[in-house]
Design a protein. Structure first.
Length: 317
């Protein structure tokens, strides 16, 4: 049978950290299965005569820190040339990102399996998506109304404020009702009442880590990566200086996954990372979830191969 052709839409491959990059783990797994791997930059996608195309580079990958990929040839093809495409471009989730999902949706219409499904990435903001599962969440508010946000902080007393389009812990504030900077923080986040922002009741269990739980086709990997804030921090994000510690899922973690998993499966979100602090769901990451390599290393797993096996099963079907 002809080798599966997999396209990977991602940010510059020459700049990744191979020890932590989940897209790299996926490419290593695809290569192990003798699939043909094609690297695609977002800016190399285009439409010609109503058909989506890409300038792609056929590559091979090596799990070495100095020289981890080799380019064999570059070609210009319709996206329908590929059997499956991984959408692994990092946020920011801006209009250019949305335009890429339109092109990938055109590929889906030609029979290409896009992971994750283009429309589902476009439709589900990683912070707002949690509102579909109120039984899993702490009290929260999404608003650009500065008075509403102030009242929420007054009612809850201890609150996390954050933008809807941030990543890596950027612009996340912990505020209390008596914080002298409360007004200016809300003014800044909402751009003087013009931009929606999220407020969540503060969860003290953050001291034990912000758990990243990976789900493949709605089923959880049995271990989470707890990202523990550094001293004096309330953000566990590794990009904000947090440290990582793997741990088995708790009974409550499994319950949250049972609440969320069927919806992810239904929407074609094959690889998702949910964030759980203590007993509560805080985010659902659908764009380019990470933490594969850290969990693989700590628990002798092969999460990327589990994902590739699901993709292969769907293609063979």
């Amino acid at each position: 049978m002809e080798a599966i052709k997999i396209g990977v839409v991602m940010d510059p491959i020459e700049k990744i950290n191979t020890k932590k990059d989940s897209s790299f783990a996926m490419m290593l797994s695809a290569q192990k299965k003798n699939w043909e791997i094609y690297y695609i930059r977002p800016q190399d996608l285009y439409i010609s005569d109503s058909q989506a195309h890409a300038i792609s580079s056929r590559i091979s990958v090596i799990d070495e820190p100095e020289s981890w990929f080799q380019t064999h040839n570059t070609q210009d093809t319709p996206l329908s040339y590929f059997d499956t495409i991984l959408m692994r471009q990092d946020p920011p989730f801006n209009m250019d990102y949305i335009y890429v999902t339109y092109l990938l949706e055109m590929a889906e219409n030609d029979g290409v399996l896009v992971v994750n499904k283009a429309a589902s990435i476009r439709d589900h903001n990683e912070k707002l998506f949690t509102s579909m599962f109120p039984q899993c969440c702490v009290p929260n508010l999404v608003s650009c109304n500065m008075q509403q946000l102030k009242q929420f902080v007054h009612d809850q007393q201890d609150v996390i404020l954050k933008p809807l389009d941030g990543m890596g812990g950027a612009s996340i504030f912990r505020v209390r009702a008596n914080d002298p900077n409360l007004n200016v923080i809300i003014e800044t986040l909402t751009e003087q009442g013009r931009k929606l922002s999220m407020a969540q009741q503060f969860i003290p269990d953050i001291v034990n880590g912000d758990k990243r739980i990976l789900l493949i086709d709605g089923e959880p990997v049995p271990f989470a990566l707890a990202r523990i804030p550094s001293k004096g921090e309330t953000r566990g994000n590794l990009a904000a200086g947090g440290s990582a510690k793997g741990q088995p899922l708790t009974e409550r973690d499994y319950w949250i996954c049972q609440q969320v998993g069927p919806t992810l499966k239904e929407k074609g979100l094959l690889f998702v990372g949910i964030d759980v602090i203590g007993d509560f769901l805080t985010e659902i990451n659908v764009t380019s979830p990470t933490c594969i390599r850290e969990l693989d290393q700590q628990f002798n797993l092969d999460i990327a191969t589990d994902l590739m096996n699901i993709i292969e099963k769907k293609l063979r079907a």
